[in-house]
Ligand binder design. Structure first.
Ligand SMILES: Cc1cc2nc3c(=O)[nH]c(=O)nc-3n(C[C@H](O)[C@H](O)[C@H](O)COP(=O)(O)O)c2cc1C
Length: 222
């Protein structure tokens, strides 16, 4: 698989089979992903990888919180700016329509949307998950470094025939994640990343992208 194929075949997959993901594959991917760039080579990420019993326990505890209607943990970072302006507001709402529309859920049916979103905390059935932390003292540039690291992980997973889904949703149950992982106090959970083999029977709408001239400006010299 070349890089273009890895990039274009990566999607947020929201249905995985229970097929085991070998530890050596995950180690190979994470060894290579360590070569991601970062400002001053600080490598400001810390990843925890969960499989088997510990992941099952995490899903169980998170599921209990969902079932009990337990409120989310207080935020350590804002997932989105409070007032999104155009064109981001429209893009976000188009995504919501597409994601929930594919499941036959209308815009107004908030409960059904919540039920569908609850699959986040089952890792969409994935047998492996990575939880990506960043030191609390880091700034915007280092958060960008962490994004590059995660994208590198996701592309390498494609090269191994695996799929993934990055999930900020895990940050709202960060205390439950911490019960299982016991991270040092100084780390903030950015997101989870479900990892596994795609369940092709689960309907998964392909997202689109803005036309190039909306997000790229060429300033040509001729
Ligand atoms: C940092 C980050 C956090 C995300 N969090 C979630 C999430 O909590 N749950 C989810 O289902 N998808 C999540 N996604 C997936 C996005 O919805 C998805 O990447 C976007 O809609 C583009 O679709 P594609 O990845 O399939 O191309 C997240 C993506 C990123 C990059």
């Amino acid at each position: 698989m070349n890089v273009y194929e890895a990039v274009t075949s990566r999607r947020a997959v929201r249905g995985f089979t229970d097929r085991h993901v070998p530890r050596e594959v995950l180690e190979r991917v994470l060894c290579a992903a360590a070569w991601s760039p970062s400002g001053s080579n600080m490598q400001p990420w810390h990843a925890y990888v969960l499989t088997g019993g510990p992941l099952a326990e995490l899903k169980k505890r998170a599921g209990e919180r969902v079932a009990a209607g337990d409120p989310w943990d207080e935020r350590e970072y804002e997932m989105y700016p409070p007032a999104l302006k155009s064109p981001y507001r429209e893009r976000r709402s188009a995504f919501g329509e597409q994601r929930y529309g594919a499941l036959g859920i209308s815009r107004e049916d908030w409960e059904a949307r919540q039920r569908a979103a609850a699959a986040n905390w089952e890792c969409f059935g994935a047998p492996a998950a990575l939880f990506c932390y960043i030191d609390r003292g880091m700034g915007a540039a280092q958060w960008a470094d962490v994004g590059m690291y995660l994208q590198t992980v996701m592309l390498l997973l494609r090269a191994e025939g695996l799929h993934s889904c990055p999930q900020m949703a895990w940050s709202v149950y960060r205390r439950t994640v911490a019960e299982i992982l016991s991270p040092p106090d100084g780390l903030v959970l950015f997101c989870g990343l479900s990892i596994g083999f795609e369940d092709a029977t689960v309907d998964c709408a392909r997202t689109g992208r803005a036309p190039l001239d909306e997000t790229v400006t060429f300033v040509d010299g001729c």
